[in-house]
Ligand binder design. Structure first.
Ligand SMILES: Cc1cc2nc3c(=O)[nH]c(=O)nc-3n(C[C@H](O)[C@H](O)[C@H](O)COP(=O)(O)OP(=O)(O)OC[C@H]3O[C@@H](n4cnc5c(N)ncnc54)[C@H](O)[C@@H]3O)c2cc1C
Ligand code: FES
Length: 357
């Protein structure tokens, strides 16, 4: 089916296959449509049917809150073309509320992939690491994510890459168990089985909380739980691109207890190589001290309380030459954005984030 999208003087047309999410079809065609989570939770991809018919997809999507049914509003990341639409003759005209604009000149066009899941590794009781080996090598920007669909589970889930290579067919992900979550249950069940590889569908790379060495900034990184995933990728790209020859990084990694930490060896190794450039704080929200706990943080600094409070206590006023990357639960990110702008005087375009909502 031909989909046309218009916003003031902007007009785009692309084709969507039956069953294909309209957001993915449009992005794949090279049009920078508005989105954040790409999985139905944030509402950023709100659009309106002006002419024609679409299938709206997941009825309970949290991102649908506030959509105006009488204006035929829907989510581009959930809606798809009806199975019985006449592929050659049917058309649909959509409107979007915000301008369609490219992020950077080197934006990568996301596409559909098949991949095999391998190398399950349990990082702690609630966190798994796994690889997805794609059918061909791809590029992605550090900080980006893919959406993944497991066999028999409705809908895609967003996971950020932990690794970074200029070109690779292997994506490494870290997954925090979501209680009663369908994909989480599937992943933990797979990890407990004996090494059998499973095929998954993916779409990506996606996301704009990306690191680019040419932007020449110090890095201020704040992660809540599995939000560390994309920030590890950013640190790795900064490392291999020689970024730490000229710039520094401060990372605050928030967890609840000593049982929830992971990647301590990797972070220690990196701080060991760049002791004057990289500072890492592991911030425990459920402890007041590490006394009585059997945990050696090595070169990493302990902190106590909420990670956003520690981050604000750490940051200097009137920051210059700094890019902030925030990844984790939405309340953590919401608590940081305003003070970063008002107190640290960081321009809004120097704050990049992924809300893991
Ligand atoms: C940009 C981004 C990056 C993320 N990166 C990571 C990461 O690196 N590591 C990590 O652990 N977590 C990450 N998350 C959070 C992760 O996506 C969720 O924890 C995950 O979706 C939980 O899936 P689940 O199936 O276990 O839970 P469920 O509660 O079963 O599903 C949650 C999500 O699945 C989708 N969904 C559920 N039902 C349907 C349906 N019927 N149709 C369509 N979609 C449906 C929705 O997106 C929903 O929010 C990220 C989130 C975002 C937005
Ligand atoms: S991008 Fe569609 S709801 Fe988030």
């Amino acid at each position: 089916m031909k989909i046309s999208i218009e916003k003031k003087d902007q007009h785009y047309s692309f084709e969507a296959q039956p069953g294909e999410k309209l957001l993915y079809a449009g992005l794949k065609a090279g049009f920078p449509l508005p989105y954040e989570c790409a999985t139905g939770t944030c509402g950023t991809c709100r659009a309106r049917v002006k002419e024609g018919d679409i299938e709206e997809g997941w009825p309970e999507a949290p991102g649908k809150k506030g959509l105006k049914e009488d204006r035929r509003e829907f989510l581009l990341c959930q809606a798809y073309v009806k199975e019985d639409s006449d592929f050659n003759n049917d058309t649909c005209l959509l409107g979007v509320p915000s301008a369609i604009k490219q992020f950077r000149e080197d934006d990568l066009t996301p596409v559909h992939h098949q991949g095999e899941v391998r190398n399950w590794e349990r990082l702690n009781a609630e966190v798994l690491q796994f690889d997805v080996v794609l059918d061909s090598a791809i590029q992605f920007h550090a900080g980006q994510f893919f959406v993944i669909q497991a066999p028999g589970i409705e809908g895609f889930r967003a996971y950020s890459m932990v690794n970074y290579e200029h070109e690779t067919n292997t994506l490494t992900f870290v997954l925090k168990n979501k209680k009663n979550g369908a994909f989480s249950k599937w992943a933990f069940a797979q990890a407990n089985e004996d090494g059998e590889t499973k095929e998954v569908s993916l779409f990506g790379p996606l996301g704009r909380a990306t690191f680019h060495p040419d932007e020449a900034n110090n890095l201020f990184l704040v992660a809540g739980g599995s939000g560390i995933a994309g920030l590890m990728s950013i640190l790795r790209h900064a490392d291999v691109s020689g970024h730490f020859d000229n710039y520094s990084a401060t990372l605050l990694f928030g967890v609840r207890t000593v049982d929830d930490v992971f990647y301590l060896a990797e972070l220690n190794e990196m701080v060991g190589r760049y002791p004057n450039q990289i500072t890492v704080h592991i911030v425990f929200s459920d402890h007041q001290s590490l006394a009585g706990h059997d945990l050696d943080l090595g070169r990493l600094n302990p902190g106590f309380g909420f990670v956003h409070e520690q981050a604000l206590a750490t940051i200097e006023p009137n920051l210059t030459d700094t890019m902030a990357y925030l990844a984790g639960p939405p309340p953590m990110i919401d608590a940081l954005i305003r003070p970063l702008i008002l107190e640290a005087k960081l321009p809004a375009n120097k704050i990049r984030y992924d809300k893991f909502g």
